[in-house]
Design a protein around this ligand. Sequence first.
Ligand code: GYE
Length: 308
Amino acid sequence: ALAGTSATFSAFAAKPLVIGFSQVGAESEWRTANTVSIKDAAKKAGVTLKFADAQQRQENQVKAIRSFIAQRVDIIAFSPVVESGWDTVLREAKAARIPVILTDRDVNVADKSLYVTLIGSDFVEEGRRAGRWLVEHAKKTPGKVLNVVELQGTVGSAPAIDRKAGFEEVTKGNPQLKLLRTQTGEFTRAKGKEVMEAFLKAHGKDINVLYSHNDDMAIGAIQAIEEAGLKPGKDIVIVSIDAVKGAFEAMMQGKLNVTVECSPLLGPQLMQAAKDVAAGKPVTRRIVTEERVFPAEVAAKEFPTRKY
Ligand code: GYE
């Protein structure tokens, strides 16, 4: 009788769902679009969103998660800046019986029951797609060896680890592709430019290809290449990931050769999953986003339809 009473009571109460969300930061165009998507979707779904920006620091995310636990939110969601180091705080959430949903990036925890689901892209596949485009590109100049430099994302983050691995998987052992240098550009324009400057200083015109783990670093690198008196997209072929508007603009100017799509529009899926979890419905462990590849040739046609 008691259980029946409380069920009836909660059905009448219809309190809005409260989600505590810890965002990585505002390091890229992708991230900004992701934040907008989550905030908009929460509003549309009638969800109360407690939003915390971690400014790219794991310790800030841990603090935010602890504060969400203390506030007794219904669901904790977060995009983990790096993969490792989450066991303790996620165990605290579990002990408080607050379900955790990951968006965008994965964590590396021994106990998989510490989160309900991960909503986001397959970063290994994105890396493979970038690699496959380059393998095809190299075929246009048979026998020619292309020297590649790589700008990696945030050290220890799932997209940096996976995009490197996927790219390597399809390019390793290809006699036409030689990786000269690889270094982090932290997913930002400023750092992408700075590291590309260093690459150019060391190798100059020997660089044939840039593989960048996101568009912002590629855009920063484009500036560095131009300042060095070279033509981005021609003297140095650029392969990038995200497919944000800035990348389409660069492609339409002939400065970027291809971008692999990674959708930041995860808000609606997050709200749906949060509602399902709160209602006790089963959710799948992995919700994968659908994505495409955009070579420069289609940039002008696709640009008007782009949402981020
Ligand atoms: O590609 C990059 C952002 O985690 C998929 O983070 C995301 C990545 C995205 O800073 O631009």
